[in-house]
Structures are given as structure tokens and as C-alpha cells.
Design a protein around this ligand. Sequence first.
Ligand SMILES: C[S@@+](CC[C@H](N)C(=O)[O-])C[C@H]1O[C@@H](n2cnc3c(N)ncnc32)[C@H](O)[C@@H]1O
Length: 272
Amino acid sequence: MKKLFVFLDNFLYRVIIRNFLKLSKLGYGFVVTGAESGANFEHLYNNRPEGKFIVGRYIDKALLNLPAAHATRGRKEDLKNVLWNEIHNNELTGKKTRVLDLASGGARYLRELSDEHKSGIVESICIDRDRKCVLLGRNLVKTEGIENIKFFRGDIFKLKHLQEFGGKITWRPNVIVASGLFIYFNNSTVENMLKEMFDFLPSGGLSVFSSYETLDTKKLMRKAMSTSSGQQWTLYYRKPEYWRKLLYDIGFQGVNITRDRWQMNNICSARK
Ligand SMILES: C[S@@+](CC[C@H](N)C(=O)[O-])C[C@H]1O[C@@H](n2cnc3c(N)ncnc32)[C@H](O)[C@@H]1O
């Protein structure tokens, strides 16, 4: 009986739901082109339903209205607000903000700070391993007429050390962003990356990243969607207490963690 239930459950998610999802733009991206792609997140932020036929648009609308989708748009707003605040605090003391965005996708939260970038009080370098995301970012800043945001291709885990990467750029970031990144990696990988961020930042520099405590779409994502390497979309959910302790243990100060109204998304920021 249990085996039959498992078979039917798998059939429901892996055949029926997957094929329905493919009709919608977001569903197609999450099922076929690679769930983690920054391009899917641009569509999620745009929040304009698209899909094949009326049914595809209807499915897209339903996906874009899930609490998890609202929480993801909310994380972009929360992150943008932290960055906006840092940029203007730095401006007051005559300091330029230099942002390094790890796994940037289209870096929407930076692009939406277009006035700050245009005025030159902030400059950003965005790194993503996916060529399509890098081209997407470059095209978007061009069409939106935004200056001072550059996109480069790179695997942040193959840069060996952020210090080594630092040798290749002419400036040192005083803000390091990682949005939608740590959720894909286990604790030891995340802990090493945060230690590297700490070492790479100058004194007073800020680290900002996003994390999910949970998502209402966990099962759907795990069973029906796949990453670009064709694997199940398995994510690592973490509580604020984990981040708070880790950040203080590493040596960060002034840890600030936001929690959204769905208790799904956290934006964590901490200063060296
Ligand atoms: C969920 S998207 C997040 C995009 C953007 N930061 C945001 O929050 O909207 C994750 C991005 O991480 C990129 N990525 C994943 N692993 C990476 C790695 N090892 N090095 C660089 N980029 C990576 C993917 O290509 C993808 O664009």
C-alpha cells in the first residue's frame, strides 16, 4: 500500500504537475532550463504572467501569487533597503560604496538603485557562473541606461579565494552581497564562504545575504523542479539563530536579521 502511494505521488509530481508547469514561463524555467537560474528570478520580480495559451498564463499567475513568490519579491526589497541605507550612510561620510555581488543573476536589487549608481556614489561588480545570466545583466543595464554596474562570468567557488579575485579588480569592495546563494549549499561550504567574506572585507565593511527559514512550496520544488544539472532542487533551510551565532563566531559585529511576515525569508547583514 505504501509503495503504491509513493508511486502515485511520484507520478503526480514528476509527470502530471511537471508537464502542467511547463506551460507557464516560470514553471518552464524551474522545470526545464534550471530552477536556480537568475533569469527565472527576473520573471518572478517582474510579476507579469506569461505562458503558452490561456492555461499557461493562468498557471504562471498562480505560481507568481504563491506566498513563496511574494516572499522572494520581498527579499529583493529588504535587501535593496539595506543597500540603500549603507550607500547613503557612506555618502554622508564621503565614502564611496563598492559592492561585490556573488551569484548575482540580473542583480535586480542593485539595478533598482539606478540613481545611486548613476550619481557615482556606488559601483557594483556582479559575478555569476551562468553565461546567460551575465548577458542578461549586461543587456538589462544597457537598456535601462544604468552606469557603474558590471557583470562578469565566474564560479565563485573556483575563484579559489576571494583574496585571489581581489588581485584582478582595481578596487576592494566594502559591501559583499550573496542573495539566493547559500540556500544551495551545505553548512561547511557556507561557513567557509562567510569566513572568506570576512577576511576580504575591510574593517567596517558589510556582508549582506539572504536565507530561507522555510518555503510553502518545498515539496513542489523538490519533486517537480530540477536544477540546470538535471538534479532534484534540494535546498538548505536555516533558522536566524544559526546565522546569528555563526556570524558572531566568525567575528562579525552588529548582526541584523530581518524576518518577513510569512516567516520564510531572512536578510542577514553584519559588519566586520
Ligand atoms: C537564485 S539565483 C539568485 C540571483 C540573484 N542573486 C537574486 O537574488 O535575484 C542564483 C544564481 O546563482 C548563480 N550561481 C550558483 N552557483 C554559483 C557559483 N558557484 N558561482 C557563481 N554563480 C553561481 C546562478 O547562476 C544563479 O544566477
